[in-house]
Design a protein around this ligand. Structure first.
Ligand SMILES: CC(C)(COP(=O)(O)OP(=O)(O)OC[C@H]1O[C@@H](n2cnc3c(N)ncnc32)[C@H](O)[C@@H]1OP(=O)(O)O)[C@@H](O)C(=O)NCCC(=O)NCCS
Length: 146
């Protein structure tokens, strides 16, 4: 039986987090090329007291991560990215990351969370329903560098 543990992300995790994030089409906003957060961006998340950056391990090996940001002014959190290493999927790693995220957010007095999922990402949609999320209205994503 695999032992899943969840802990706060550390600077030593950043390379594993960035390479997993960059490798997954599910986390990309655009189709043309894989663009995700850089090493510096993840260090930025880590230095923000309102970010919740978690890593999951299975038997001591990096198994996945979850990034979220709490907005204390409106008591809501945006759950931006979650990813699990392919060989560790369907073992409950994502569930464990959600459980810990919600525990931390409740301690911060957060009352509402939201996330974006590509319409074809059925695994994630099932995951969210199993975590008690409701489906909201659909949006198209527009983005621009400034
Ligand atoms: C989506 C993802 C995070 C799920 O991680 P995971 O650790 O395999 O998920 P869990 O084992 O905790 O599964 C939790 C629930 O999610 C759903 N689920 C997960 N993978 C699924 C799959 N392949 N097919 C159907 N349902 C699935 C199920 O409801 C599952 O509960 P169950 O196993 O009791 O049926 C993982 O597949 C992943 O990293 N995908 C690529 C990145 C991604 O899509 N991120 C989300 C971007 S919004």
């Amino acid at each position: 039986m695999s032992q899943i543990s969840v802990r706060k992300m550390d600077t030593a995790d950043v390379d594993s987090v960035v390479s997993l994030g960059l490798s997954l089409k599910e986390l990309q906003f655009q189709e043309k090329e894989n663009i995700w957060y850089s090493h510096e961006n993840i260090l930025g998340f880590l230095s923000n007291p309102d970010s919740i950056c978690l890593v999951a391990e299975i038997d001591g090996q990096f198994a996945g991560f979850r990034l979220s940001t709490f907005n204390p002014y409106v008591k809501e959190a945006y759950l931006s990215d979650i990813a699990v290493v392919e060989k560790f999927r369907r073992l409950g790693v994502a569930k464990a990351l959600y459980t810990e995220t919600f525990k931390i957010l409740k301690e911060k007095d957060c009352v509402w969370v939201w996330t974006l999922v590509k319409s074809k990402n059925e695994k994630m949609a099932k995951m969210l329903i199993s975590e008690g999320f409701e489906k909201g209205v659909n949006y198209d994503v527009y983005f621009k560098s400034i």
